[in-house]
Design a protein around this ligand. Structure first.
Ligand SMILES: Nc1ncnc2c1ncn2[C@@H]1O[C@H](COP(=O)(O)OP(=O)(O)OP(=O)(O)O)[C@@H](O)[C@H]1O
Ligand SMILES: [Mg+2]
Length: 355
C-alpha cells in the first residue's frame, strides 16, 4: 500500500492562517461538496498550528443528537480528575501542555451542574466563555465544529443552532476571545446560513472544493500515474481527493476509475427510476412536497453542455431533492449549482442521455 500524504491546499491554509493572525472577529464557515477534503484540511491544520493556539475540535458526524444532553456530551470532554470549582485555575492548569482535544475540557462536577440546570444553554455558554477567557491569556482558543448541520433542526425552547450562532458572534465579534470554524458538507445548510440576517456581516465563507485539474495532475504525478491513467482519473473522478486516493492503491487504475463511474451512474439511475415509478416527497419547512421526475430530468439535462447552472434556473423542490441525494451541490456565494463531483457530472450526462 502506498501511503498518501496530505497534498496542497496552500491557498486555503494561507487564508485560514491569515484569519488566525488577526484577533477573532468573524465566524468562518468552511463548506464544499462531499468528500472534497474539508475535514482532512482542518485535521492537518490543527496538527501544524503553532503553540500559541489551543485548538478544540468537535465532530458531530455520526453522533445521534436528540437533545441538549447528547449535545453537551459531544461538545465537552469530561475530566474525571477530582472536584474543581475554580474555572480559572482549571484552565490555567491545562494551558501548559494542552493536547489536541476532541471537546472542551470540563471537570465532571461542573459538567453535572450544567446537566442539572433547567436552562442548560445559558450555563454551558457561561462556562465556555470563562474557560476561553482564562485560556486566552496564554493561548488563542480555536473552536472547530465539524458537521454542525447535524443539530440544524434541534428544537428545545427554540432552535439550538440560533443560540449557538449568537454565542459564536459573542465569542468573535464582541469579545474577540476565540476563533470559530464551522465545517459542513451540507450545502443546503450553508444556503440557509447565508440567508440569516442574524449572521450578516458576522461571518465569512471558505469554499474547499475538489482539486483543480492542474493540482490533480501534479498529485497523480507523485504516485507515478501514466498519462493514460491520469486522463482516465481526471475524466472519471475529477479532482475529488477521496477517489484519487483510492486510485493510487488500485492495481488497474483505469479499470478502477471506470468501475467508480459505473457505480455512480448506476446509483443516480436507480434514484431517478424510483422517483419515476414510486414518486418521492421532501419536507420544506412545514410543507411536504411532491418531487416530479420530469422536473428532475429537465434540470439534469441542463448539465449536458454546461458544468454549472444558476440557482434561479432550478425549481426549489427539485434542487433540494437533488442536493439531499448528493447529486448536486449548491454554492450560495456564487449562486451556482453544480454536480457534487466530476464523476457525478459525467454520470448525469450518461443517465439523461438514456432517460
Ligand atoms: N489534501 C489532501 N491530500 C491528500 N488526501 C486528501 C486530501 N484531502 C482529502 N484527502 C483524502 O480524501 C478523504 C476524504 O476527505 P475528507 O474526509 O476530509 O472530506 P470531507 O470534505 O470532510 O468529506 P465530508 O463531505 O464527508 O465531510 C480523506 O480521508 C483523505 O484520504
Ligand atoms: Mg468532513
Amino acid at each position: 500500500m502506498m501511503e498518501v500524504t496530505f497534498y496542497d491546499r496552500e491557498s486555503e491554509i494561507k487564508e485560514i492562517m491569515d484569519t488566525m493572525r488577526t484577533k477573532p472577529r468573524l465566524i468562518t464557515f468552511v463548506y464544499g461538496p462531499i468528500n472534497s477534503g474539508k475535514t482532512e484540511l482542518i485535521s492537518h491544520l490543527i496538527k501544524e498550528l503553532p503553540d500559541r493556539y489551543a485548538p478544540f475540535y468537535v465532530n458531530l458526524r455520526g453522533r445521534f443528537i436528540t437533545g441538549y444532553e447528547d449535545f453537551l456530551n459531544v461538545l465537552f470532554e469530561i475530566d474525571e480528575g477530582g472536584v474543581i470549582d475554580n474555572v480559572s485555575e482549571y484552565a490555567q492548569s491545562l494551558v501548559k501542555d494542552l493536547k489536541i482535544l476532541s471537546g472542551i475540557p470540563i471537570p465532571l462536577n461542573l459538567f453535572e451542574q450544567i446537566f442539572e440546570k433547567k436552562d442548560k444553554s445559558k450555563d454551558m455558554f457561561k462556562y465556555i466563555e470563562r474557560f476561553f477567557g482564562e485560556m486566552s491569556k496564554k493561548r488563542v482558543p480555536v473552536l472547530i465544529i465539524d458537521e454542525l448541520q447535524v443539530i440544524g433542526d434541534l428544537k428545545i425552547d427554540g432552535l439550538l443552532i440560533y443560540k449557538l450562532f449568537n454565542f459564536f458572534v459573542r465569542l468573535t465579534k464582541e469579545l474577540h476571545l476565540a476563533h470559530i470554524f464551522v465545517v459542513t458538507s451540507d450545502s443546503l445548510f450553508i444556503e440557509h446560513v447565508y440567508s440569516q440576517a442574524m449572521l450578516e456581516g458576522r461571518c465569512r465563507y471558505l469554499l474547499v472544493d475538489d482539486f483543480e485539474r492542474e493540482t490533480t495532475m501534479d498529485f497523480l504525478d507523485k504516485y507515478q500515474f501514466s498519462d493514460a491513467e491520469k486522463e482516465a482519473a481526471w475524466d472519471f473522478c475529477g479532482g475529488k481527493p477521496v477517489y484519487l486516493v483510492e486510485l493510487v492503491n488500485s492495481g488497474d487504475r483505469e479499470k478502477k476509475a471506470c468501475e467508480m463511474f459505473n457505480v455512480t451512474s448506476g446509483r443516480i439511475e436507480t434514484e431517478l427510476k424510483v422517483v419515476n415509478e414510486l414518486g418521492a416527497k421532501i419536507t420544506i419547512g412545514d410543507s411536504i412536497c411532491d418531487v416530479h421526475y420530469e422536473n428532475l430530468i429537465d434540470i439534469l439535462r441542463k448539465f449536458v453542455d454546461r458544468n454549472e447552472v444558476a440557482i434561479n434556473e432550478v425549481d426549489e423542490i427539485s434542487k433540494r431533492y437533488l442536493v439531499k441525494e448528493n447529486i448536486l451541490f449548491v454554492d450560495p456565494l456564487s449562486k451556482m449549482i453544480k454536480p457534487q463531483s466530476q464523476l457525478n457530472l459525467h454520470a448525469i450526462r450518461e443517465v439523461v442521455r438514456d432517460a
